[in-house]
Design a protein around this ligand. Structure first.
Ligand SMILES: Cc1cc2nc3c(=O)[nH]c(=O)nc-3n(C[C@H](O)[C@H](O)[C@H](O)COP(=O)(O)OP(=O)(O)OC[C@H]3O[C@@H](n4cnc5c(N)ncnc54)[C@H](O)[C@@H]3O)c2cc1C
Length: 431
């Protein structure tokens, strides 16, 4: 590629980049969407479920065409503690009705489809190109460099995911600390569609999203996940990088142990591992959001740290799509005054602040700090499993009412009532 000029260059064909490229190309702009992978999605992974609302807004009923796997109709959070587990389960068939709440996905197919929508709208998709630098003139970003090639644009959109080299090169973001990110490891395990439906007790294209806390991370901050796809399940763990750095456990070994956990193994028994991947997740919420725009540049999606992990809900895909949409709108507005300076692009931040992106990150601002409480991943999963097991055990010993059973298990756990009350109060306000 020689030195060409585009209206917009989008770096990264994940959901954030492809959404932005799609909306800009639809308005007739000359858009280049650059992806380092051999195909969009080939380098991408996530746990497994996307909340639909953000993409539905820009592509109504996208699920009729997109390669989605299953509509999630049941949510489960399981506390694991040795031979015991306790699961909170919520089922709502309405989620698969006219209001399509969320879908499980496989990123290789889904990202390729979304990028193809940007292409259909007129964007030029260039895969297998690693953008390694920005072109800057007079302090303004004027394009990108990929090896020997230089490409010019009025605006560059950094949609290159967590640890955005582009945002760092523009001086908008710093390298994250190991405390701010988690490592995720995932296996896709093949089973027949009938087996998936039978084992998870769902019908048709309905599916299940399961999260696990406790033994699976050996008390480290993080958790396990299991999502049903059409003819496979996505299983994995996410553990804060600073915890893994201590070197006590290897996440690959923890995943194997998780698969052999008696509460998990019957669900995947006999399945064949067909994919193994690892990726970082930004975890510090608003605390790691960089400067979102500079002269000639905007930062979207994971590159901007837009991920929310509440332990029972993990979101990043809807934030990615919505931030891509906000970036596209800001660029269109900047074009009206031909002002691509930071001031001219600042509408992006305003749009984000008016959207659910900042509203939700703001609402859960305290969640990352709350999650640093080690009792969340050790004492409380044990306590939950122990209370539930105690409530359902009949062995001839003297009976106790619920309160007595709960209090005796709390005493045994070593957690004081003051800690329990304090953590419950903080948790209810943070999560
Ligand atoms: C283990 C794990 C579990 C998760 N679970 C969920 C979940 O269940 N639900 C949910 O909503 N979110 C989940 N997330 C978060 C979600 O995956 C991200 O928020 C989302 O992918 C962000 O999209 P993005 O487009 O900003 O970045 P990405 O999806 O990371 O896309 C960035 C793209 O840029 C490309 N790229 C990077 N650098 C360059 C470069 N220099 N040149 C060219 N191309 C480049 C990459 O190849 C990639 O295609 C999870 C994440 C992980 C890691």
């Amino acid at each position: 590629m020689g030195e060409e000029k585009f209206a917009v260059i989008v770096v990264g064909a994940g959901p954030a980049g492809s959404a932005a490229a799609y909306l800009l190309a639809k308005e007739g702009l000359d858009v280049l969407l650059v992806e380092k992978g051999a195909a969009p999605g080939s380098k991408n992974m996530f746990g497994g479920r996307m909340y639909s609302h953000a993409l539905h807004r820009i592509m109504p009923n996208f699920w009729e065409e997109a390669p989605v796997e299953r509509a999630v109709v049941r949510e489960e959070v399981t506390f694991l503690s040795g031979s015991r587990s306790v699961t909170v389960s919520c089922q709502d068939f309405g989620w698969a009705g006219s209001f399509r709440h969320s879908f499980t996905l496989l990123r290789a197919e889904f990202d390729a489809w979304l990028a193809s929508k940007a292409e259909e709208a007129g964007a030029m998709l260039a895969c297998g190109i690693l953008v390694d630098d920005l072109l800057v003139e007079g302090g303004k970003v004027v394009g990108i460099r990929a090896g020997e090639d230089e490409m010019l644009a009025d605006v560059v959109i950094a949609a290159d995911g967590v640890n955005s080299i582009i945002a760092q090169k523009a001086g908008l973001a710093k390298m994250f600390t190991p405390h701010q990110v988690a490592t995720g490891v995932k296996q896709v395990i093949k089973l027949s569609p009938e087996e998936v439906s039978r084992r998870f007790q769902v019908e048709g294209n309905n599916g299940v999203a399961r999260l696990f806390v406790g033994d699976c991370t050996k008390g480290m901050r993080g958790g396990g996940f299991l999502y049903t796809n059409r003819d496979s399940v996505s299983l994995g763990l996410v553990v804060t990088a600073s915890e893994l750095q201590k070197g006590r456990y290897k996440i690959s070994e923890l995943v194997e142990e998780f698969k052999h956990n008696p509460h998990v193994s019957p669900l995947i028994e006999g399945g064949e591992v067909v994919e193994y991947s690892a990726h970082l997740v930004p975890e510090a919420g608003l605390n790691m959001v960089p400067q979102l725009c500079g002269d000639g540049i905007l930062v979207v999606g994971d590159a901007a740290g837009f991920v929310l992990n509440l332990g029972y809900i993990v979101r990043g895909m809807d934030f990615a799509v919505a931030s891509g949409e906000a970036a596209a709108k800001a660029v269109l507005q900047a074009r009206e005054s031909n002002d691509f300076s930071r001031g001219g692009l600042s509408r992006y931040e305003q749009l984000l602040r008016q959207s659910f992106v900042f509203r939700d990150l703001e609402a859960y601002r305290k969640a990352p700090a709350f999650m640093e409480n080690p009792r969340m991943f050790t004492a409380y999963p044990q306590l939950a499993a122990s209370i539930a097991s105690g409530v359902f055990t009949v062995d001839g010993s003297a009976p106790a009412h619920l309160l007595g059973k709960v209090l005796s298990r709390v005493r045994e756990s070593g957690v004081s009532l003051a800690q329990l009350a304090g953590d419950s109060w903080k948790g209810a306000r943070s999560l």
